[in-house]
Design a protein. Structure first.
Length: 450
């Protein structure tokens, strides 16, 4: 039978059926039981952060340069009469090795002439000093003669008054007094002049001695010796060549000590300087030197040649560069390595040759840090789980960057849970389901990072 919804007689039945259905729905809904299901977090492993004693380290780069670079110039003019047979580019010579000899004939003649002039000046000076001694005796003798003459004149004058002697005898006695006075005056004049003459002769002797010294020095300058143990870089002269004073002979560099001016970013070095033991003091640095001050900070330096990794050289920190590099805006730290040729191991450790690029590491005294392994860092953030198991991001902008770690001097982080799982996406505030990471993922306590 087909139901007719439009029939007026069927309307009450439809209403009753609708009311029954509503009652059934309400009854069934109230009987449904709701289970409270706890929200599950994102699985993640963690390690507990601890403080460790670590030597902070920064790394810079520079080139190996010799400590001394010499361009030898001729100090005299002459013909080259000798050149060391091995004087070639790349050769190494010991200190004071004779490399070049210039003809010294002219300078030997100058020496002989200067020595003759010196001898003559010394004779004249000796004669004048003898004359000075004689003058003193002449003055004493003349004063004595004058005294006698004056006494004789007085005696004769008394006799003349008594008419016992003639006028002629009185005049003769008076003339004798005048003569003796004249002689004494001459000797006194000589006494004043002789010291001036001696000074003039002494100046002549000094000039003659200077000429002798110059001639001897010129003779020494005809022999060109290497002032240090070094390597030859360039030779600019040939045997029998006439060289003039100031001409370039050869170029060489020291091999006993090399320098590396390593460059560090300003922010990195400024942060590293915070671990120095004491502030720089102008008076101490100027009196003891920059190297002494840096040594007192318990700093250490090591050098590794980029072309041969794994081989390190211990270096001494000499000084800081005098200015910021205008292009790279970096700070230069000059380190030195002594006697690199004595530490050569064939096939393993080559000599430090000028031009090699090197990595320089500076380490400060051990400090207490919270260490965050580099492999757990995402960009500039490390992930931390708070006490409510919610994900938090830790900004590492101000941290010290080591080779495999980031160092933070925040004791408040000790005991925090560092997330070691590579979460994606890492959204701050995400609930985490935490489990402790295996031991091999943790940083060893107390181990210095190099």
């Amino acid at each position: 039978m087909r139901w007719n919804f439009s029939a007026r007689k069927n309307l009450p039945i439809a209403i009753v059926v609708g009311i029954v259905l509503v009652i059934l729905v309400v009854k069934l809904k109230s009987s449904i039981q709701h289970d409270n299901i706890e929200q599950a977090g994102q699985p993640a492993q963690y390690q507990v952060l601890t403080q460790q004693f670590v030597r902070p380290k920064i790394t810079g780069y520079g080139k190996v340069k010799p400590n001394i670079q010499l361009t030898s110039l001729a100090e005299v003019t002459g013909t080259v009469t000798y050149i060391h047979p091995a004087l070639k580019k790349g050769e190494i010579f010991k200190a004071q090795t004779l490399l070049i000899k210039i003809d010294d004939s002219d300078y030997l003649l100058q020496l002989a002439k200067a020595e003759a002039n010196l001898a003559a000046a010394q004779v004249d000076l000796a004669a004048k000093r003898t004359a000075q001694d004689n003058n003193k005796l002449d003055i004493k003798l003349s004063e004595h003669k004058l005294g006698i003459a004056e006494s004789e004149f007085k005696r004769t004058e008394k006799l003349f008054d008594k008419s016992s002697v003639s006028q002629t005898e009185l005049d003769r006695a008076q003339q004798s007094v005048l003569v003796q006075r004249q002689d004494l005056q001459r000797y006194l004049n000589q006494k004043r002049l002789i010291p001036l003459e001696i000074k003039a002769l002494q100046a002549q002797v000094k000039k003659a001695e200077a000429d002798v010294n110059k001639a001897e020095l010129d003779i020494k300058r005809t022999e060109i010796r290497l002032p240090f143990t070094g390597r030859i870089h360039k030779v600019d002269v040939e045997r029998s060549q006439l060289v003039t004073k100031g001409a370039t002979l050869f170029s060489a560099s020291d091999v006993e000590k090399v320098l590396i001016n390593a460059q560090f970013t300003y922010n990195t070095f400024n942060q590293f300087s915070g671990f120095f033991k004491q502030r720089p003091n102008i008076e101490n640095i100027s009196s003891d030197g920059m190297a002494s001050y840096l040594k007192a900070q318990e700093l250490a330096a090591s050098v590794e040649i980029l072309s041969q990794s794994g081989i390190t050289w211990q270096a001494n920190i000499e000084r800081l560069s005098d200015e910021i590099d205008p292009q790279s805006q970096t700070i230069g730290v000059v380190v030195a390595i002594q006697n690199s040729y004595e530490k050569i191991k064939l096939g393993e450790r080559p000599p430090l040759i000028a031009g090699l690029r090197a990595k320089v590491s500076l380490t400060a005294a051990a400090q207490s840090f919270v260490v965050i392994p580099r492999h757990t860092v995402r960009g500039r953030y490390a992930l931390i789980a708070d006490d409510n198991r919610l994900l938090r991001k830790l900004d590492l902008t101000d941290s010290i960057k080591q080779e495999n770690s980031f160092l933070l001097q925040h004791s408040s982080l000790e005991g925090s849970k560092l997330v070691t799982t590579d979460l994606f996406p890492a959204i701050e505030g995400t609930l985490l389901d935490l489990s402790e990471a295996p031991a091999q993922l943790s940083t060893a306590n107390g181990k210095e990072l190099h």
